[in-house]
Structures are given as structure tokens and as C-alpha cells.
Design a protein around this ligand. Structure first.
Ligand code: HEM
Length: 560
């Protein structure tokens, strides 16, 4: 009972209680059940329309939680990450997904700073560019696998779960790009690591009271509904991670010896049933190598390296798979946009070299707009939370935003008072769809809006593209922005480039696809819940069309 009493006492003293917000349907679970469905119901938009950009909803035992779309308030919270860490229960669920508590997503403070510094060089723009052939080869392999399922004599489209294919392809990419390993998940659909991630990221369709209780009572966490499969999946992630470390250490030792070359290329898997096979020794971003380059006192321990591996495998492939899945969904539902994108990439794709594709993808403005629009509308991570660690703080607001009559305080609020332990929700997806920023058609997939984004969008304190899709941070106070965003953007662009050029994606209008979130957003078909997470799109070979005049991207954009 003591934790409950402590929680109630803290909640009773929270200054957030004075702020207005929606009524809670339940005293015990507050608004948490309706929030579970927020990605499909536009709940946050309705709340902000009624209460303005600063509001309080209720969590467990009706505890008040701040939810804000105010850019100044969000910038304050993200810019002071040391004083606004992730709440314990968020770190706990991230730790479950990355099979340990020592990874970059979970650690805080000085440990986080040290790890981030060691990993940063592996994510530089110059380095990411060297990964282009990996992105291109995997995108091409996936395209060929999908095209091979089509029957030349049957023009009917083929229903294809693009989520599954993209999940496997992006796992292959992060294996090769991050650790020089070929998981070959695309060609081996029994790949156990791909299966482990399917378990770890599986989304709960219904609100579960137990999940809320586990957040506040760690002792209950051992009774997870998915306990046994989850433990098995984590064990797989750790085993594969250890195999990767062992392989890298062996390779490093070999490098120090003469006649190293032959052994390096021919090294064998460490655990016969599960270990990935080594890929080309030319493959690049390497947590282990980055670590050995650091000063001895700054290096990561083996458990830390292991957690970075599982973190990068998880964060690096589930997010991009989600982004690509929702981008293809948006394109399937907007055939005009898809046709325009196809013309744009065909106009740019006259050179077959991977590097040329990367350069063309980088130059193709319409592709850039499509990616920005897909990531604005379908942010793979739809919200995040922080907790106030300062004894007291005043979160500043955009001038005028505290003036909504619903905000109380005589409508003259310039900041929001918070105390230690108060929870702040940052609704990433809702900020991306804010009609106050993007206009009345904020919910529509319209890449053309990026020709002249509204001036208001500049106020959004995001790392990239006037959105919070990759969040943001301040190196002086714990930078929690996505470390892999350049990696993700290049990968997404090259995949879309290669896939849309040759494949036409369509959507069965009878199917209703909804979102369910377990850190990362996954789709499911409303009428087919028994099939779990999936994104069934109808694919056909895209009809040949004359390439854009002069095969030039710039010209192509002018003509469309
Ligand atoms: C479209 C793709 C991606 C999206 C939308 C995305 C989004 C995000 C977001 C929102 C965060 C902050 C989470 C929070 O603090 O609550 C984050 C952090 C992170 N991301 Fe990404 N991410 C993507 C791709 C990647 C890739 C490809 C990698 C690695 C190869 C990666 C690695 C990480 C890591 C390690 C962190 C933790 C950073 C830290 O706390 O210092 N992400 N990402």
C-alpha cells in the first residue's frame, strides 16, 4: 500500500491539478483506455480543440498528466533532458524491447552522454552515405521477391503483406550496415531474430488494465501476459547480440595477427542454430569498432555493447519498417501522388549504379516531399513521455497560448507549474497533424504542401522537417533526438525509389486499416484481427511508361 499512498500524496500536491482538461471516464484508469486508441480516433486533436495546446488528462488513480502541443513548452522539456528524463515505466518497456537496461534508449545522464559520444561517429552523414549499396541491394532484393510472386499470365493484383517484407528487409539492412552481418531474413522467413522482434513489438489491440498496474507496481511485471514468448524473444536477441560481439572481437584479434585476412572472410557462425553469417568485410557502422576507438576510460562494458546491439537492431529496423509501411499505405490510397512519384523517380533512374540511385534519390524533390509528408502524417513513434526531475519548474509557453479561457488562471498564463514526478506527454503524431500549424487539411496526405510549408511550422521544435518525428534534443543537457535519423531517411528514400519505380501499390477499399502502438506504430486490419499486425496491399507490375523528358530530375519536377 505504501507505493499507492506515495503516489496519491504526490498527485494530490501536483500543481497540474489546477489545469483544465477532459473528464476521465474512470477514477482508477483515468483517460488511459481512450488514449490507447488515440492514433485512430483523433482524440488529442479533439482535446486540444476544446482545451487549447496545454491540457491535463488523467492517468492511473486519476493522476494529472500534462499533455501539450505548445512548441515552446515542448522545446523546454526536450531541451532539458537531464531534468526531464523518461519515466521509469517507459524505460522499463524500452528495456524489454532491447533486451536489457544498458542501451542508449534506456540509460540517462552521464552514462547516456558517454554512450552517445561513442556511437555518434557511426551516424555521421559521410558515413551513412557509404551504406548506400546496402540500402539499394536490399530494396532491389525485396522488389524482385515481390515481383516474382506475380503471375505473368494473370493480370490480377496480388495481395501482399508489405509490413512483413519490409520488416525482414530492414532487419537485413541494419544487420549488414550496423554489424557486417547477413541475417538473410528476406530469403529465410523462419529467421529467428525476425520472429523475436515480431513478439517483442507485437501490439496489444485492446487496452489492458494489467499493463497500467505493471507500470506502477514493478513487482507485477513478472506476470506479463506475454511472459514466456517475451523472455524467449529477449534470450534470442541477447544470444545473437553476443554472437555478434564475439565475432567482432575475434575479427579484431585476427587483425592484430599476421595472415589475418583469410580467417576474417571465412569465419564461421558462433551458435550454429542462430548466429548470423558474416557479410562482406567492407560493411560498416559498428558499435564494437566505435567502442574500441574510444579512450579506455570511456569505453562501454560488454553488457553495454550487447544492449547497443539489440537497441540498434530494434530501433533501427522496426521504425524504418513502420515508416515505409505507412508511406506505401499512403501512396496506395493516393494513386495520383503515387503516379507522380513514379514519374519523378523514373526520370531520375536512368543510371543503374547504387551510388547514382542515392544521388538521384537525394536530388529528387518530389520524393523528399513524399517522405516528409508520410513521416509527418504517420510518425512511427506517435508519442513520448517525460517526467519532471526538478523539485519545481515553470514550463514556459508560447506567448498567447496560455490565454485560452479554458486554461484558467484568468487566461493570463505564461508558464505551467510542475513538480518533481509530474508526467508530461508529448503527442508526436498529434503535433504533426495539428490543424493550427498545417491548416484544415492537416490530416490529408498531400506532399505538395512541402513546396511552401506554412510559416507556423517553423516553430515546431523538431530535429527534422518541422515535425517531432525524430524528436529533438540539446547536446548540453542530454540529447535524446533520434541518433539514426540520417540513416533512416536515406534508407526510406532508396527503398521508395526502387519499389515505387517498378511496382504499383493499391488498397482494397473494403479493408479498414488501423494503427496500434507498442512504442512503434504497426497496422492491423480491423476485420482481420486474428491475422495480427499486417498491411495487405495489392501489388502489380507498374506499367511501362515513357520516362520523363530528358531523364532529368529537375526537368521531371517541372513537367509534373
Ligand atoms: C523512420 C525511422 C525512425 C524514427 C521515426 C525514429 C524515431 C525516434 C524517436 C522519436 C526517438 C526518441 C524516443 C524518445 O526519446 O522518446 C528515437 C531515438 C532513437 N533512435 Fe530513432 N527513429 C528512426 C530510425 C532509427 C534508426 C534507423 C536508428 C538506428 C540505426 C535509430 C536509433 C535510435 C536510437 C539509438 C535512439 C535513442 C537515442 C537517445 O536516446 O540518445 N532510429 N528515434
Amino acid at each position: 500500500l505504501r507505493p499507492v499512498a506515495r503516489l496519491l500524496w504526490r498527485q494530490l500536491r501536483s500543481p497540474l491539478r489546477a489545469l483544465p482538461g477532459p473528464p476521465a471516464p474512470s477514477w482508477l484508469y483515468g483517460n488511459l483506455a481512450e488514449l490507447h486508441e488515440q492514433e485512430n480516433t483523433g482524440l488529442v486533436a479533439r482535446w486540444t480543440a476544446r482545451y487549447g495546446p496545454i491540457l491535463v488528462y488523467r492517468g492511473f488513480l486519476s493522476g494529472p498528466r500534462l499533455l501539450t502541443t505548445d512548441p515552446v513548452a515542448i522545446a523546454h522539456v526536450l531541451g532539458n533532458a537531464d531534468d526531464y528524463p523518461k519515466p521509469d515505466f517507459v524505460r522499463d518497456s524500452l528495456a524489454a524491447m532491447t533486451a536489457g537496461r544498458d542501451g542508449l534508449l534506456v540509460v540517462e545522464g552521464t552514462v547516456h552522454r558517454r554512450q552517445r559520444k561513442i556511437l555518434a561517429p557511426a551516424f555521421s552523414a559521410a558515413h551513412i552515405r557509404t551504406l548506400t549499396p546496402i540500402f539499394y541491394d536490399k530494396a532491389t532484393e525485396l522488389r524482385d521477391i515481390w515481383l516474382a510472386t506475380l503471375d505473368a499470365t494473370d493480370p490480377r493484383p496480388k495481395r501482399t503483406d508489405v509490413l512483413a517484407g519490409l520488416g525482414r528487409a530492414t532487419l537485413d539492412v541494419i544487420g549488414l550496415a550496423g554489424f557486417g552481418y547477413a541475417f538473410d531474413a528476406l530469403t529465410d522467413d523462419t529467421n529467428e531474430l525476425a520472429r523475436a522482434f515480431a513478439v517483442v513489438f507485437a501490439t496489444a489491440r485492446r487496452f489492458r488494465a494489467m499493463t497500467v498496474l505493471q507500470a506502477w507496481f514493478p513487482v507485477l511485471r513478472r506476470f506479463r501476459w506475454d511472459g514466456a514468448p517475451m523472455r524467449a524473444a529477449q534470450a534470442t536477441m541477447r544470444r545473437v547480440g553476443l554472437a555478434l560481439i564475439e565475432e567482432k572481437l575475434r575479427a579484431a584479434a585476427d587483425e592484430l595477427r599476421p595472415q589475418a585476412g583469410a580467417r576474417k572472410a571465412a569465419s564461421t557462425p558462433i551458435t550454429p542454430t542462430s548466429a548470423p553469417t558474416p557479410a562482406s568485410p567492407t560493411s560498416r557502422v559498428r558499435a564494437v569498432r566505435a567502442n574500441t576507438a574510444a579512450a579506455p576510460a570511456q569505453r562501454m562494458s560488454v553488457p553495454e555493447i550487447l544492449c547497443q546491439i539489440t537497441t540498434l537492431l530494434a530501433a533501427g529496423h522496426e521504425t524504418t519498417a513502420s515508416a515505409l509501411t505507412w508511406a506505401l499505405y499512403a501512396l496506395a490510397r493516393a494513386p495520383g501522388v503515387q503516379a507522380r512519384l513514379r514519374a519523378a523517380v523514373r526520370g531520375a533512374a536512368d543510371e543503374a549504379e547504387a551510388e547514382a540511385y542515392a544521388a538521384a534519390a537525394a536530388r529528387c524533390t518530389y520524393l523528399d516531399w513524399v517522405v516528409r509528408e508520410a513521416l509527418r502524417l504517420h510518425a512511427p513513434v506517435t508519442s513520448t513521455m517525460r517526467v519532471c526531475a526538478r523539485a519545481e519548474d515553470a514550463i514556459p509557453l508560447t506567448p498567447g497560448n496560455g490565454l485560452a479561457p479554458a486554461n484558467g488562471n484568468g487566461g493570463g498564463r505564461t508558464s505551467v507549474a510542475v513538480r518533481r514526478g509530474d508526467i508530461i506527454t508529448i503527442p508526436i503524431q498529434a503535433v504533426g497533424r495539428d490543424v493550427g500549424v498545417w491548416g484544415e487539411d492537416a490530416g490529408v496526405f498531400r506532399p505538395e504542401r512541402w513546396a511552401a510549408p506554412p510559416a507556423r511550422a517553423r516553430a515546431v521544435p523538431g530535429l527534422w522537417g518541422s515535425t517531432l518525428t525524430f524528436l529533438n534534443g540539446n547536446p548540453l543537457s542530454g540529447n535524446r533526438a533520434c541518433i539514426g535519423y540520417k540513416f533512416a531517411l536515406l534508407e526510406i528514400k532508396i527503398f521508395l525509389f526502387v519499389l515505387v519505380k517498378d511496382i504499383e501499390f493499391a488498397m482494397d477499399p473494403a479493408l479498414v486499416v488501423e494503427k496500434s502502438v507498442n512504442v512503434v506504430t504497426r497496422p492491423f486490419v480491423k476485420s482481420e484481427p486474428h491475422l495480427g499486425n499486417q498491411m495487405p496491399l495489392n501489388i502489380t507490375r507498374a506499367p511501362c511508361a515513357p520516362p520523363c523528358p530528358a531523364n532529368s530530375v529537375a526537368r521531371c519536377e517541372e513537367d509534373h
